[in-house]
Design a protein around this ligand. Sequence first.
Ligand code: ATP
Ligand code: MG
Length: 431
Amino acid sequence: MTLQVFTAVTGAGWESELVGALDRDDHGVTVVRRCVDVSDLLAAAATGTGQAALLSAELRRLDGDAVARLHAAGVAVVGLVEPGDEPTGLRLRQLGVAHVLPADADPEVIARALRDAVAGVPAAGHDVADPRAALPLPGTPVQPEPPTGGRGRVVAVWGPTGAPGRTTVAVGLADEAARLGTSSLLVDADVYGGVVAQVLGLLDESPGLAGAARQAGTGVLDGPSLVALTWAVRPQLQVLTGPARADRWPELRPGAVGTVLEEARRVAELTVVDCAFSVEDDEELSFDTAAPRRNGATLAVLEHADTVLCVSGADPVALQRCVRALDQLRDVLPGVEPELVVNQLRRGPVPGDPRREIGNALERFTGRRPRWFLPADRRAIDAALAAGRTLAEVAPGSALRTELRTLAAELAGAGVPAAGRRGPWRSRRAG
Ligand SMILES: Nc1ncnc2c1ncn2[C@@H]1O[C@H](COP(=O)(O)OP(=O)(O)OP(=O)(O)O)[C@@H](O)[C@H]1O
Ligand SMILES: [Mg+2]
């Protein structure tokens, strides 16, 4: 069966010749509609009559959102640029177009690219109610090359509802990694209301992550523009703040957030992302494939991260929530293998030795043992919150700070500092 293709290559002199060549010869491709602009293309995609779109970079109003919507409609995308126009090719790739070719490529090569792009599309596409529809399709590189060169690591700090301490861990991890000499970028991606700016005492009026996502969505984000959007808390610690208000989550489009993280790999050795808890379907919106999905940004972060930390509280209710959240995550993103961090460990809510009992319970119900235990340390936390500073600044000798430093040393690949090996709450890898 031939591939049904939409074209949207307006503004280019070679359009009719190319369409003619694709149609005329036996390339296994049929052009079912020649679209005049992005709206026309999106409307055509929604009809379900084509499997791929061939578009040119000059198309007006083409942005990352439009590409994501085409993907969500099950339409693979191939981009054409003027021969030799590398910057435009890079821009298209930043918008999420994995296959980019020069416009003078042989029609057979273009037809093959269309088939390859479609081969990455699952037969039925993700169900429209599935938040994975907001993610790049399987087979679509999350960061199509080029650009390359971003070698920094991305750690997502995630966990169940109930405020187990994601922000505390994310801030502590980024701060301690920076103090160990690893250049760190802390990103607040909590779509239910980011508070990293307040925790660090920053007067946040910067566009932060939303600004970076906006630039990524139009294909103009690069290292310097990303750095310009961050706060330099210290030379080794940059902060990209979250949306100023929780209701501004639609600004964090998943594809754009993914691009921001890939750019972050170039500007910092370690990027730590404070995520929201929820990975569930946005079912009220599910009838509309093009509707933004609140949890799509969280899923994009979890997909892009090299390491996902799941932070759990240390009481029976928190543990139950952690087990459920991991179940849910496995359903939505089966490829993600989180590392468990048990926070607020204390005697009382769990009988016996809390570390052993919690470790056993989590292993039994989730199949994995916690890798780190962080003590409850209200006094140190309160001192930090009161001053809008980090634990290292206001409670450098606290047990919680010591364990966060150990966690940071392990995740940043630095040596574990001698100080981090002392104390009653010594962190230990559990198998
Ligand atoms: N180890 C700890 N010891 C004492 N208090 C803690 C500890 N970790 C976190 N807290 C406190 O628990 C509360 C929740 O922590 P935090 O804001 O880090 O959680 P969260 O998972 O990011 O929550 P949210 O869902 O609001 O984003 C805060 O008041 C924080 O100061
Ligand atoms: Mg938080």
